[in-house]
Design a protein around this ligand. Structure first.
Ligand SMILES: Cc1ncc(COP(=O)(O)O)c(C=O)c1O
Ligand SMILES: N[C@@H](CCOP(=O)(O)O)C(=O)O
Length: 468
């Protein structure tokens, strides 16, 4: 398997290289050159199989010869053995034909663990083989940061710097990052929004002298390996609900568009998905995009679902690549213009198919609280504000009631206790392994949204040895 950049002007890479590369040299994102196929017979064979077994099979074509098959299977088995639920991503029916897939049973209580617990192990394997070290710089609106730090802490060949927007993540999310006591972990709170943090990460990658010097790598969904591992739970949900003999719809609370893009990838591989509902909070650029085909960037506004407080959705570029019929240079021009003007219009050809598959749905904070309260009254279940947007969107925007819809529950309610308590009167407790989180010592530095200052910080704090 080879990977190509969405901008068409970076080298084609194999899996090992794409894992370590992060952003492509031309500023694009890597995607597989072609999609491996999940045949109906293969899907039927997954029925009743443990999550790890399906995961290894779904991901195998993306890994190619980079890792011996048996080694990869053990790595995957070890990854998901650490999850708190035997099914890894259990399904619960909450209404007629409406299902919730719980993606928060990993160590940091968000769907990011499903990919990052594996990515940490992949890094170890590849860096050991190549005798290399890397410096990771990542941006988070709350969940990627804690999952990435947990996955990379104390790994000898990695230094990891995570930028989060100051005061714009929940206390639990912040403490999950800042209380990690490991010599290779550095937390930076940026006086700005998540979009500012993500911009800085991309600018660091695009400064090739800097990124080469530190051997820069990515844990955000820029990194193809993140998307690859997220494809799996779309497949397991579909098979559990009747695939390949039954169609399915998914409702995905979205921010950076990585999660729902993984679903799109599953569909490209052969999963029969009739609709993707893309849930947003007040930062509703994606809702407007799927309605009109155009985007206009405005400022990020804080909401009860802070991890989705995003306006520039990084992975949309991967979908647009297909919309531009995989013409990288043309997409590159459009993305550069989008960056300059804050405006983007989808090409007319191909747009009806996108609009047929994707439906945007926006829910404000009042609607989110109501969705949490309603579900609690109806089922006794507590859900976090991000997942609540997914469930409300599933119920309101599904096109065909005869097709089951799966709403992805992306975080544990205890990550957002204030919002859950406000909606239901109940304050969810943290699982035992995080019991003393609120009394642990925090460590982080606050920096302005200034590229030079952040680069200086990285250069002066990283341990020697990574990069050139
Ligand atoms: C809890 C939660 N829900 C939803 C999202 C949005 O996911 P994505 O950025 O992949 O669209 C995030 C952040 O990524 C998140 O942390
Ligand atoms: N919501 C995310 C934002 C970063 O998304 P990623 O999937 O690109 O890592 C977060 O919680 O940090």
């Amino acid at each position: 398997m080879r990977y190509i950049s969405t901008r068409g002007a970076a080298p084609r890479l194999d899996f090992e290289a794409v894992l370590l590369a992060g952003l492509a040299r031309d500023g694009g994102l890597y995607v597989p050159e072609s999609w491996p196929s999940l045949k109906p017979k293969t899907l039927a064979g997954f029925d009743g199989k443990p999550y790890a077994e399906v995961a290894a099979a779904v991901m195998a074509p993306f890994i190619g010869k980079a890792i011996p098959q048996k080694t990869f299977q053990s790595m995957v088995a070890e990854t998901y053995a650490g999850f708190r639920h035997a099914a890894v991503t259990p399904l619960v029916e909450v209404g007629e034909g409406v299902w919730i897939e719980e993606l928060f049973h990993g160590p940091t209580l968000a769907f990011k663990d499903l990919a990052l617990q594996l990515v940490g192990r992949l890094y170890d394997h590849v860096l050991k083989k190549q005798g290399r070290r890397v410096t990771i710089i990542g941006a988070t609106s709350g969940d990627t940061g804690s999952a990435a730090l947990e996955a990379c802490r104390d790994r000898r060949a990695i230094d990891i710097f995570i930028l989060h927007p100051l005061g714009r993540v929940s206390e639990v999310q912040r403490r999950q990052m800042t209380t990690i006591d490991a010599g290779n972990v550095f937390n930076i709170a940026i006086d700005g929004s998540f979009d500012d943090c993500q911009d800085i990460v991309k600018a660091c990658f695009n400064d090739h002298a800097f990124s080469d010097k530190i051997g820069m790598s990515a844990v955000n969904s820029i990194n193809w390996a993140r998307v690859m591992a997220q494809i799996v739970y779309y497949v397991t949900a579909a098979v559990a609900l009747g695939a390949p003999n039954r169609k399915l719809a998914f409702s995905v609370p979205s921010g950076n568009f990585g999660n729902v893009y993984a679903g799109y990838a599953a569909k490209q591989m052969g999963l029969d998905v009739s609709q993707f509902i893309v849930g947003s909070n007040r930062n509703d650029i994606l809702t407007r995009f799927f309605k009109s085909g155009s985007m206009k960037v405005s400022g990020v506004v804080p909401s009860l679902s802070p991890s989705m407080d995003i306006q520039i959705s990084s992975n949309l570029e991967r979908l647009l690549f297909d919309l531009f019929k995989r013409n990288g240079p043309k997409l590159g021009e459009a993305m550069n213009a989008f960056r300059k003007t804050g405006r983007f219009a989808a090409p007319k050809s191909g747009w009806p198919a996108v609009q047929k598959l994707f439906t945007g749905y926006k829910l404000d904070d009042a609607g989110t609280l109501k969705a949490m309260a309603d579900l609690y009254k109806r089922t006794g279940m507590l859900i976090d504000p991000h997942s609540a947007i997914g469930v409300a969107a599933a119920e309101a925007a599904r096109k065909d009631k005869s097709i089951p819809v799966v709403a992805l529950a992306t975080a544990h309610p205890a990550k957002f206790p204030d919002a859950v308590e406000k909606a239901t009167g109940i304050r969810p407790a943290l699982p035992a392994h995080l019991g003393n989180l609120l009394s642990r010592r925090e460590r982080y530095d606050v920096l302005p949204k200034d590229l030079g200052k952040i680069q200086d910080y990285v250069l002066s704090h990283r341990r020697s040895g990574s990069g050139n």
